[in-house]
Design a protein around this ligand. Structure first.
Ligand code: NAD
Ligand code: UDP
Length: 336
């Protein structure tokens, strides 16, 4: 892909920061807009330490359409990668208006600014949550979609908004990327996921519990219809996920239109397999106990990755061992 200027919303966040690194390493200029609601501006310095170049950082809210128009008219932006949003399922049930405002309102604001500025290339962070409880696995992109909480509903709405926009203005180039379960961290140990408060997701809770910062990891349910009874997911290293965004930008440059693609490894891994692999790779003991199922969880979920392979020429390269090793290195670097 030719080098150009890419606007990354939510670029100081977990997936955004890893993507910024790959974009800078590929020679692009990067502008980050983030309101720092769930991230720290120090990430920009760490990106510079890793790549020797830094993104231009603009603190701001994606719902601020004039700000976005200003950025798009003052810089030669050719494409936008839209990560900014709120992502905790449980929290979305407690503060739904915040979720719809940030995720749906923020996306409409961004699309309006792009439309007004003549920038028509967008890569959007969707999620495998849009598949609800799938009837079978692996999950293909044409499976039915559903939502059971405001977070999932917001992703469904944004996907629909993008498809409506593309129907009315076919000149838009849009990739809707459905992520499976991102884990891991940059191999430098400088960038990773830094959840505020008690983590809800498996890997950050597991690393914090192993580091002695939390009580035992609760393994939610051992009576699912899975090989060992615990929940099965498609964990994907965040570096592979980030790389999928670069592949999507390359694809859109050559092949205008709208695509919807799963980004996963295609492998289903149980909670107990994650624990055992983590212990073996890192030579440590994960404190855990089996408890009841967590309400709302599904038994199994993994991606059919053929479309990503065929269309984007992309596939995940990191193993579960890499994910466990890098997650632990990040956790340890956090504790100094
Ligand atoms: P993150 O919270 O680390 O990053 C999101 C960033 O957006 C944060 O830096 C936050 O400060 C910023 N932000 C939030 N509201 C904003 C606003 N109104 N204006 C500007 N910036 C704002 O989350 P992440 O894991 O990097 O997720 C990125 C995207 O990927 C999100 O849209 C999320 O829904 C989606 N996604 C994440 C996962 C996952 O498990 N991490 C899975 C599927 C999809
Ligand atoms: N999980 C668990 N204990 C935790 C967090 C998660 O056993 O503290 C399990 C959860 O039941 C699911 C898997 O780990 O089977 C992944 O959960 P996570 O919340 O990370 O992602 P989800 O796929 O639910 O969005």
């Amino acid at each position: 892909m030719d080098t150009s200027t890419i606007l990354v919303t939510g670029g100081t966040g977990y997936i955004g920061s890893h993507t910024c690194i790959l974009l800078l390493e590929a020679g692009h200029d990067v502008i980050v807009v983030d309101n720092l609601r769930n991230s720290d501006v120090a990430v920009i310095d760490r990106i510079e330490t890793i790549c020797g170049r830094r993104p231009l950082f603009i603190e701001g809210d994606v719902r601020d359409t004039p700000l976005l128009e200003d950025i798009l008219s003052n810089h030669p932006v050719t494409a936008v990668i839209h990560f900014a949003g709120l992502k905790a399922v449980g929290e979305s049930v407690s503060i739904p208006l915040d979720y719809y405002s940030t995720n749906v309102g923020g996306s409409i604001s961004l699309l309006t600014a792009m439309q007004n500025s003549g920038v028509h290339t967008l890569v959007f962070s969707s999620s495998c949550t849009v598949y609800g409880d799938p009837a079978s696995v692996p999950i293909r992109e044409d499976f039915p979609r559903s939502a059971t909480n405001p977070y999932g509903a917001s992703k469904l709405m944004i996907e629909d908004i993008l498809s409506g926009l593309h129907t009315s203005e076919p000149g838009w180039q849009i990739a809707r990327l459905r992520y499976f379960n991102p884990v891991g961290a940059h191999e430098s140990g400088l960038i990773g996921e830094d959840p505020i408060g008690t983590p809800n997701n498996l890997m950050p809770y597991l690393t914090q519990a192993t580091a002695g910062l939390r009580g035992e990891l609760n393994v939610f349910g051992s009576d699912y219809e899975t090989p060992d009874g615990t929940g099965v997911r498609d964990y994907i290293h965040v570096a592979d996920l980030a790389n999928g965004h670069v592949a999507a930008l390359d694809y859109l440059e050559k092949q205008p239109g709208m695509v919807t693609v799963n980004l996963g490894t295609g492998n289903g891994v149980s909670v107990l397999e994650v624990i055992r692999t983590f212990e073996a790779v890192n030579q440590c003991k994960v404190p855990y106990r089996i408890v009841d199922r967590r309400p709302g969880d599904i038994a199994r979920c993994w991606a059919d990755t053929r479309l990503a392979n065929d269309l984007l020429g992309w596939k995940a390269l990191h193993s579960l061992e890499d994910m466990c090793r890098d997650s632990w290195r990040w956790q340890q670097s956090q504790q100094g």
